[in-house]
Design a protein around this ligand. Structure first.
Ligand SMILES: Cc1cc2nc3c(=O)[nH]c(=O)nc-3n(C[C@H](O)[C@H](O)[C@H](O)COP(=O)(O)OP(=O)(O)OC[C@H]3O[C@@H](n4cnc5c(N)ncnc54)[C@H](O)[C@@H]3O)c2cc1C
Length: 419
């Protein structure tokens, strides 16, 4: 996704953009091998949706026409935060769909003049002359060749080997922030006998004191299809039928569980283990080769439970477009600074929430404990007050900056909230 969105930014400044992808395209709706997370619930936050619409005007309507499910957030969206039901309100519209469905539509919109897709090509390294990157080395299974380029953007995801490639060119690896979260996902596509949640189109239940488990149930494209994702910190949801349902029973409300039992499984139960959130600080490097940039999870891969990754990839693509519009002098430094500025508050938001989970082993400084007590009050306020719920969700949807949580309106909600 980061690669596709970076390509969207690049076509505005370059005549020719080549998207290199190791996988071959699959039939509509299937998750590719290179994106195993595509089998799990993927929520496009409001900020990501706004940016996608900006990049590809009309794409929301297209997605909905293709079967994606649009609904007003908090109105047709049941959610629980720290064990309390969030008040209904109006924050904007969500569009629910599977990740492969979204990706295939974005890719379709990138079939434009000047963009070439090289599928089935493995990016195996960089080509460089005198410390400047001059292209990418790719292998289609029959041998390696060099694709010459004025600019290479590494959007190879969380497993990107960029640090090793930099070392080969004599450059240092970026300093890295990590938080071990040890989160496990198990997901299954279901067909429900009737509209599973009445008028609601999605349900999200977050961890609560005493139970570090969570779940997402989203209506997705296709006839009566729902994607159920179960999540656990340290104790991961099982992948056998009985264990999966036993786990679900501990998280979902009784009436929803009864409906799940009546549902028809449309897929196997698929698992994903995500050990560590990771942010690579390219902005802190003193030297970096010309002709190379990095994007997406290769820069920052967040605990997926907050659904931030694709939206941040879109924010980075927007930063790339703006940086390129300002000329190509000192490109890497300007781009990585812009990216660091947008990633930092999102990273802090996620880490702050993670440190509230007792299973996560990490030091908790006093500043965290004070902020956490405040944020917990805000979370309680979301169950009591519609305005508090809307304001809180605008921040977690990345529409408003996290600093808004500490503004006068939210402080007022926190002050008025009792246990
Ligand atoms: C379980 C899980 C759930 C998630 N849920 C959400 C969510 O709800 N909302 C959200 O916004 N984000 C979510 N994310 C994060 C989201 O998937 C990513 O942040 C987003 O896809 C951006 O990542 P990316 O494009 O950088 O990397 P990826 O999506 O991993 O894509 C990397 C691409 O590079 C290709 N590739 C890799 N190596 C090579 C190579 N050597 N040569 C050629 N091609 C290569 C891969 O095939 C793939 O197509 C979730 C992540 C996980 C793990």
């Amino acid at each position: 996704m980061a690669g596709l969105l970076a390509a969207r930014a690049l076509v505005e400044s370059y005549d020719k953009v080549t998207v290199v992808e190791r996988d071959l395209p699959l039939a509509h709706g299937e998750a590719r091998r290179g994106v195993p997370q595509g089998k799990h619930a993927h929520l496009l936050l409001a900020r990501g949706k706004q940016l996608l619409e900006q990049m590809f005007p009309g794409i929301t309507d297209e997605l909905v026409a293709g079967g994606a499910v649009a609904f007003p957030v908090l109105e047709q969206f049941r959610s629980q935060v720290i064990g309390r039901d969030v008040r209904r309100g109006h924050v904007g519209e969500f569009v629910s769909m599977t990740r492969p469905f979204l990706e295939s539509h974005v890719r379709q919109r990138m079939q434009v003049r000047g963009v070439t897709f090289l599928d089935g090509h493995d990016a195996v390294g960089l080509a460089a002359t005198d410390g400047r990157v001059t292209g990418a080395r790719v292998d289609d299974g029959h041998g390696e060749r060099v694709l010459d380029a004025d600019l290479v953007v590494d959007a190879l995801g969380r497993g990107a080997r960029n640090a090793a490639w930099l070392a080969e060119l004599g450059y240092p690896a970026p300093p890295t922030d990590e938080l071990h979260v040890d989160i496990g996902y198990s997901s299954r596509l279901l067909r429900t006998p009737h509209d599973a949640l009445g008028p609601d189109k999605a349900m999200l239940i977050g961890p609560k004191p005493g139970l570090s488990r969570a779940m997402a149930l989203f209506k997705v494209e296709g006839d009566s299809r729902w994607l159920l994702t179960l999540v656990g910190y340290a104790d991961h949801p099982p992948t056998d039928d009985e264990g999966f349902m036993d786990f679900a029973r501990t998280v979902v409300p009784d009436e929803t569980f009864a409906m799940l039992k009546e549902s028809e499984p449309l897929s196997e139960i698929r698992r994903f283990r995500f050990p560590t959130s990771r942010r690579r600080r390219y902005d802190k490097l003193r030297s970096f080769p010309e002709g190379l940039l990095v994007a997406g999870d290769a820069i920052c891969s967040f605990n997926p439970i907050y659904g931030q990754g694709m939206s941040v990839a879109a924010m980075q693509a927007e930063a790339l477009r703006r940086t390129l519009a300002g000329g190509d002098h000192d490109l890497a430094r300007r781009y990585f600074r812009a990216v660091a500025r947008l990633v930092a508050p999102v990273w802090r938001l996620a880490v702050q929430a993670d440190l509230a989970i007792p299973e996560i082993q990490a030091p908790r400084p006093l500043s965290f404990r004070l902020t956490n007590a405040y944020v917990e009050r805000l979370q309680r306020a979301t169950s009591l007050d519609e305005a508090a719920a809307s304001r809180f969700f605008r921040v977690t949807s990345l529409v408003d900056p996290p600093s808004r949580l500490f503004g006068p309106a939210m402080a007022w909600h926190a002050l008025r909230t009792h246990k």
